[in-house]
Design a protein around this ligand. Structure first.
Ligand code: PHB
Length: 403
């Protein structure tokens, strides 16, 4: 058994865990990051690709990048708006004009690679490919995280605080719940999922297209000049591997069809997956010396791409309260974390739910089909024809200022 003493043990080495470790390092606080997955597994798991303005700032202005190489700024694509497509026509929502802000298309896998490289460069203690992770002694002054490394050798990391940044299948979330009899778990399930593809094709549009059609939702996103990311609403039990390229393209074409000359460019499908779709919040987000960040505490549906942005916003607040709590040797400081983080989480929950319901087809609601379709079109028309409506979308999509 090897033992390590650190100030903050971080369970989960995705973007949230790594960003927190990076911010703590800058504040002079030691941490150890631990993850069951191998670096390669995280690096190749495709997730959403949109960064809000403050997420970009957090990456660009806290020393993640070496001078002259600004990752997201030099390699990402700045998008000043999105298209909402319905009734066969696209309507541009101009974020720059409405709220003076942009978002950046920069995939989560790239954010992970950048943060991992920064931690390694700065001598951070990051441990991947481990197993049997457990958090112990949470009732005492010095909790411990124990695990076995890839060779089966047992390790323990003892720390003043433990952060669970361990994703939607979090073990830390259950430990907070066990210790907080008054905890709540808020769920919202949806009767659909997203069918996501990566394909070899040129861009079809300069910015993302969020489309509502009578066949259901579709999203045209991007990755590079020659690889694109697209999604369409499907049944949660859909078997992605049973769809041929032809069937995928005819479904996407049907959902993007229209009279305004928009052309969806096709190509070979190189990856296909069905993505889960739900809203979830656990509160409180901490108990004693254990705190949760990102998907461990909350999940949003992917419409609006808020997941990674919320996780990064959590780490900004967390780094601040953790540094203060350790400096003042006062755990009371941590009490403000849940409240500060949740204010943004619920705004984002509403925003993601609202974009979802505005653009998706609710299966099984046949009695209300005609009403729902025309009501959705009424909502979208009022949104694109009203500055107030469009501004709400622009503000939510580009992200609310950090509290
Ligand atoms: C993506 O590019 O993967 C993406 C973009 C916007 C979303 C969701 C996913 O709302």
């Amino acid at each position: 058994m090897t033992s390590t003493r650190t100030q903050v043990a971080i369970v989960g080495g995705g973007p949230a865990g790594l960003m927190l470790s990076h911010l703590l390092d800058r504040a002079g606080v030691d941490s150890v990051v631990m993850d069951n997955r191998a670096v390669e597994e995280i690096r190749t798991t495709h997730r959403a690709g949109i960064l809000e303005r403050d997420s970009v700032r957090l990456l660009a202005e806290t020393g993640v990048y070496e001078a002259g190489r600004e990752g997201v700024i030099t390699d990402g694509d700045r998008h000043g708006g999105i298209y909402l497509r319905f009734g066969g026509e696209s309507h541009h929502i101009d974020f720059e004009e409405l709220v003076g802000a942009s978002v950046w298309l920069y995939p989560q896998t790239d954010v992970f690679v950048d943060l991992h490289a920064a931690r390694v460069r700065d001598g951070g203690d990051v441990r991947y490919g481990i197993s049997g992770t457990a958090v112990r002694d949470l009732g005492g002054d010095l909790p411990r995280v124990t695990y076995d490394d890839a060779e089966g050798v047992p390790h323990e990391v003892s720390a003043d605080l433990v952060v669970g940044a361990d994703g939607s299948r979090s073990i830390c979330r259950d430990l907070v719940a066990q210790r907080e009899p008054g905890h709540r778990r808020h769920f919202r399930e949806y009767p659909f999922a997203w069918f996501g593809i990566l394909c070899e094709a040129p861009r079809s549009s300069p910015e993302l297209v969020y489309a509502r059609s009578d066949r259901g939702f579709a999203l045209i996103s991007q990755r590079t000049d020659s690889v694109q990311r697209m999604y369409f609403q499907c049944d949660p039990s859909e078997d992605a591997s049973s769809w041929s390229d032809d069937r995928i393209w005819s479904e996407l074409q049907a959902r993007l069809a229209g009279s305004d000359g928009f052309q969806l460019k096709e190509g070979r499908v190189i990856e296909r997956t069905v993505l889960p779709f739900r809203s979830f919040v656990q509160t409180p987000m901490h108990s004693g010396r254990l705190l949760l960040a990102g998907d461990a505490a909350h999940t949003v549906p992917p419409t609006g791409a808020k997941g990674l942005n919320l996780a990064l916003a959590d780490t900004r607040v967390l780094a601040e309260v953790v540094e203060q709590a350790l400096r003042k040797d006062d755990l009371e400081v941590l009490a403000s974390y849940t409240q500060r983080a949740l204010a943004r989480v619920w705004k984002a929950q509403h925003f993601s739910y609202w974009m979802t319901t505005m653009l998706h087809r609710a299966p099984g609601e046949e009695a209300h089909r005609g009403f729902d379709e025309l009501r959705q079109l009424g909502e979208l028309t009022s949104l694109v024809s009203s500055e107030a409506g469009s501004t709400y979308l622009a503000e939510g999509y580009t992200g609310w200022p950090t509290a």
